[in-house]
Design a binder for this molecule. Structure first.
Ligand SMILES: *Cc1c(COP(=O)(O)O)cnc(C)c1O
Length: 492
């Protein structure tokens, strides 16, 4: 038993709560389909779109909510999205083919990221919107359209590095897009290619949690739109990318406590919190704390649609008016590309417990039928406890004594470093062989982005779960088609 348990309870909302309460159903699924197993919740992604849309309504804004496909490969989720008013942002040829095959028409698809000739070809052929990442890409696209005599392609100019303003806000460089200071040169090229491309607006995507940095970028985009208009173009869209974030933990105080204890461990002022005293980027030098925490902020006071709301309420750094007002005044459409945020609460990853072993220091080693890349929480810096689903005593509750067990969660690879998380996890129950560990809220990046076939182990299967008239039902992910809406299902 651990002296002071450091729980990191997952934030759980419906329908994930009800799925986790259906232990028998989840055990049956893993018995039949193997461990690990990913479960996605298509109806929840539709609800998340509605939450984003309500922020648009609040600010009287129009424009597309595009799901950044790269965050999850699921077909069920994309098909369910096709039935909503959302759009898709694709970052590869395969994702574009998938979006088309799942029911998205080309007016609801945009492409971002580095693009091979084949990807550009299909993009131009099908007439989707293309985010231009640089001069070279613009020239390739224009040449392709001219060569095949295709209709003009709608493009967004992706900008980065908005630091050239009088306001002192950090604006980090990005590998992608064109620095805002070089817009004029890009616009010259667009003018030369005006028979092949139509500039409909500008975009950015910043991998940051900072509202200030994003406000600076959004205002920079408004200025870039002015520059387009001065040249007689008629831009109408500002696309502000993704990065709205998810709050993974139920309790901010647990997160505060954990990170302050981690600091103490890095300073050598308490026992280790993780395997081989890993300290997540922190270290101590002569009694002084060094480094910075390389973790996702697992508890966030404002995330997802609420983060968009906060950004839109923020004043533009130099123009002063709220950003939403600035967009409205110009009648610009606002596009967003949430990946992680649209996948919040949209599924979980299940793993079977193979072995539990007591170590001499009183902790336990728990070996799972899964490896660290099957459930890439650690890779993405997310710290969050799994839920124990007993095989034989599904209704066992903790005895309320607050006791806990410190466990290291090991994967199934012959690799020293294969820990599901390097942190010593505090659990209220000691997992036994045959039990399941459910890792909640893994749909964003943690299900299939890092999964591989090492040791010829099969990839996790994926199923879509939804509530039918008699409780939970499931389909293999590629067998799920939203022929009936969630409302119909309850009426049948
Ligand atoms: C990855 C990515 C997104 C999605 O980011 P999230 O943090 O998952 O919201 C959106 N747009 C672009 C261009 C991206 O590369």
């Amino acid at each position: 038993m651990l002296a002071v348990p450091l729980f990191l309870d997952a934030k759980l909302e419906p329908p994930l709560t009800s799925l986790l309460a259906s232990s028998r159903f989840l055990h049956d699924l893993v018995d039949g389909l193997g461990s690990p197993l990913n479960v996605v919740l298509p109806d929840r992604i539709a609800e998340n779109v509605t939450r984003f849309r309500s922020v648009y309504h609040r600010h009287r804004l129009r424009g597309e909510i595009s799901f950044a496909h790269k965050a999850n490969r699921s077909s069920a989720l994309v098909r369910r999205l096709a039935t909503t008013d959302s759009a898709m942002d694709v970052a590869s040829l395969g994702e574009l083919q998938h979006a088309l095959a799942c029911g998205f028409t080309s007016d609801r698809i945009s492409a971002t990221g580095p693009k091979e000739p084949e990807f550009l070809w299909l993009a131009a052929r099908t007439g989707i919107t293309v985010n231009i990442e640089g001069q070279a890409e613009l020239h390739s696209l224009a040449a392709l359209v001219r060569h095949h005599a295709l209709p003009r392609v709608r493009v967004l100019l992706r900008l980065s590095d908005f630091s050239g303003t009088p306001v002192k806000v950090l604006s980090r460089r990005s590998r992608f897009g064109v620095p805002a200071s070089e817009l004029a040169v890009l616009l010259d090229a667009c003018e030369r290619h005006q028979e092949t491309v139509e500039v409909i607006g500008v975009s950015y995507h910043l991998d940051t949690t900072s509202i200030e940095e994003k406000a600076l970028a959004l205002e920079g985009c408004v200025r870039a739109m002015d520059a387009c208009r001065e040249r007689g173009m008629r831009p109408r869209v500002i696309d502000i990318g993704g990065g709205f974030g998810v709050s993974y933990l139920a309790d901010g105080a647990q997160w505060e406590r954990y990170t302050s204890q981690l600091t103490l461990a890095a300073m050598g002022r308490r026992e280790a919190l993780a395997w081989r005293n890993h300290t997540y980027g922190l270290s101590s030098e002569g009694g002084t704390l060094r480094g910075s925490l390389d973790l996702y902020p697992s508890h966030r006071p404002v995330a997802g649609a609420d983060y968009l709301d906060e950004l839109l309420r923020s004043p533009a750094p130099t123009l002063g008016r709220p950003l939403a007002t600035l967009l409205l005044e110009n009648l610009y459409d606002l596009c967003v590309e949430p990946g992680r945020a649209l996948l919040d609460q949209c599924g979980l990853t299940l793993a079977r417990v193979l072995e539990t072993r007591r170590e001499t220091d009183g902790t336990h080693s728990v070996r799972l039928a899964m490896n660290a890349d099957d459930c890439a929480l650690e890779e993405h810096g997310i710290l969050m406890d799994p839920v124990v689903l007993r095989r034989h005593k599904p209704w066992e509750a903790t005895d309320g004594s607050g006791d806990s067990f410190g466990v290291h969660l090991f994967g199934n690879l012959c690799l020293e470093s294969d820990l599901i998380t390097r942190r010593l996890v505090s659990l209220p129950l000691l997992p036994a062989p045959g039990d399941l560990l459910a890792f909640p809220n893994t749909a964003g990046y943690c299900m299939d982005f890092n999964a591989h076939h090492a040791q010829r182990r099969p990839l996790a299967r994926k199923v879509a779960a939804f509530r039918g008239p008699d409780g939970w039902q499931w389909r293999l992910d590629d067998q799920y088609w939203p022929l009936h809406s969630a409302e119909d299902a309850h009426e049948v």
